[in-house]
Design a protein around this ligand. Sequence first.
Ligand code: UDP
Length: 329
Amino acid sequence: MPATRGKAVLITGGAGFIGSHLAERWLKAGARVTVVDDLSTGSWANIQHLAGRARLRALVASAGERELLEQLVPEHDLVYHLASAVGVKLVIDQPVKTIQTIFHATDVVLKVCARFRRPVLLTSTSEVYGKSAEAPFREDGDVVMGPTEKRRWAYACAKALDEFLALAHHHETRLPVFLVRLFNTVGPRQTGRYGMVLPRFVGQALRNRPLTVYGDGSQRRCFCSVRDAVDALYLLPQQPAAAGQVVNVGTQEEVSIEALARRVIKLTRSKSKLEFVPYEQAYGEGFDDMQRRVPDLTRVRKLIGWKPRHKLDDIIRQVAAEMRRRAES
Ligand code: UDP
């Protein structure tokens, strides 16, 4: 594996939940890190603890600012494009912004990386599989998109278009692009503000408020620790064989949302009860949920020998501990 010390890494969305952990990972490896974030869903608080590091530079700007990227990209060895609209709630509430920011910024990042021939990793999402009933989802499996009248699918479609565009650059010019489909990444610093279920449940449990289970709670998800996900994001672009490939990153430890709620209550010793909320009430019209979402992990294992190490109960405990700390500070 090539040396990481002294490498220069640019991370768009680096003040976000996943981006901040990734910045920390690269700093630990001895790299120089530049974070570009418009703080729309990210926050300074996520990288405040890194602020004193001489090898970290943080800029408040949008990832779609071409002139800025044309200055920055040639100064870096590797680019991560994580800046994106996040969270089902945001996607439902602001569909125009979601589609535009996702597609426009990715287009600019790819153009600039192509111009300066810099390897680029894009984070995509398991949403791209849409309503496919396959289990587990393989990267080369079909995607099954829902109707355009249901706003949720705009996110999946925009992210799929990003993937097409990145792969097209790879095909036409051999630009090293790395595409990672993340499956329900969770951990400290994630906010529940944009709808993500785990920080919402933990926050509700710590306040002894009802845990809002949407639908009948039988829908299942696999939750992956951000620490594990970031290990994969760190290793993949250092593996040349991963260029031009889509790679799933997640766990196969499945849990229903109702069972998740009960585990959160138990592990936080909360007095909360469950409150079942119909989807229309939670998200309004134009919503569609998927029942299951399990990644096939063969590809990531073969490429970088990665497998998730953290168990869900430990992640829940970590998230609760961090929320308690934040509430006290
Ligand atoms: N969910 C829930 N209560 C909440 C927030 C989310 O029951 O307060 C459900 C949501 O409907 C979905 C699952 O939890 O079925 C995971 O939601 P999240 O938004 O975290 O990720 P998704 O898998 O939908 O992208």
